[in-house]
Design a protein around this ligand. Structure first.
Ligand SMILES: Nc1ncnc2c1ncn2[C@@H]1O[C@H](COP(=O)(O)OP(=O)(O)OP(=O)(O)O)[C@@H](O)[C@H]1O
Ligand SMILES: [Mg+2]
Length: 254
């Protein structure tokens, strides 16, 4: 079971979008996929068509051990794709994680119980230096960093790498960084905008050892895909799926 966390410390960097399509495409390839919504905003939960009632278990109850991991898992409308959902109450888990003293390792521990049931775990991580973020990163074998193709994205990348580096030094993150996914790369016709080009180039220049995946282009089709629960290829925009095709190649390599 490969555990992949989509993480970046600023909002709106494409984490949920990238996590959603990655989970969908892996499941379409016949992989058994568990998506985990580790963000109290609960966007991934919503995108996957789930709604958690107050008395139903979510990631909160899985982390605190109120239910078993299996009892927090729900089937989605997609074959092979399951989810541990979030709701707003996930905010409250911070105190539990902080007071446990080993908060960074709790999700990893909970996932051991379902290691034989899934091929991939895809975690959508809250964009802050929170306990939820710590436990999500702590569980991950692979970290993927989506960032906008602008100055805010470059700064988000710098902050996120600093955070991941700190967690690595503390042995709280023992996985590796798979790469950066530039998000909302703007093109006008066949020409990439100067802003997008220069900012993606700046990322490569600042961090020459990092893999920079092909970018997710600025396009309404991604939102449409999320709304309709369809991949870009199913919407007739196979070329927009290219960053995910590349990512699939790397994720399914061995
Ligand atoms: N290819 C795209 N081009 C333009 N906008 C997009 C594209 N894909 C998604 N969006 C929109 O960009 C916004 C940010 O994307 P997303 O929610 O994936 O980021 P995020 O990092 O998860 O944000 P947050 O930190 O708030 O959780 C969303 O409103 C989404 O609908
Ligand atoms: Mg999100």
């Amino acid at each position: 079971m490969k555990i992949c966390a989509f993480i970046s410390l600023s909002g709106g960097q494409g984490k949920t979008t990238a996590a959603f399509f990655t989970a969908l495409l892996l499941a379409q390839q016949g992989k058994r996929v568990l998506a985990i919504d580790a963000d109290p905003q609960a966007n991934l939960t919503f995108y996957l068509g789930q709604e958690v009632e107050e008395n139903e278990p979510s990631l909160m109850e899985v982390l605190t051990g109120v239910v078993t991991t299996e009892d927090g898992i729900y089937a989605t409308q997609y074959p092979n794709l399951f989810v541990i959902p979030a709701d707003r109450s996930l905010f409250k888990v911070s105190d539990f994680l902080a007071s446990s003293g080993t908060g960074a390792f709790i999700l990893k521990l909970r996932l051991k119980a379902v290691a034989d049931l899934f091929d991939y775990v895809i975690i959508d991580v809250q964009p802050s230096r929170s306990q939820i973020c710590l436990t999500a990163l702590g569980a991950a074998d692979l970290a993927l960093i989506p960032v906008e193709s602008n100055t805010k994205g470059v700064n988000s990348l710098i902050d996120t790498l600093k955070f991941v580096g700190e967690q690595t030094n503390l042995a709280a993150f023992t996985g590796s960084i798979l790469g950066v996914i530039p998000f909302r790369d703007r093109w006008v016709g066949n020409t990439q905008t100067v802003d997008s080009r220069e900012n993606i180039a700046a990322m490569a220049e600042l961090f020459p050892d990092l893999t920079i995946f092909p970018s997710i282009k600025e396009s309404e089709q991604f939102k449409k895909g999320i709304r309709q629960g369809k991949t870009l290829t199913e919407l007739g925009h196979e070329q927009l799926e290219y960053p995910f095709t590349k990512l699939m190649e790397v994720l399914t390599r061995d």
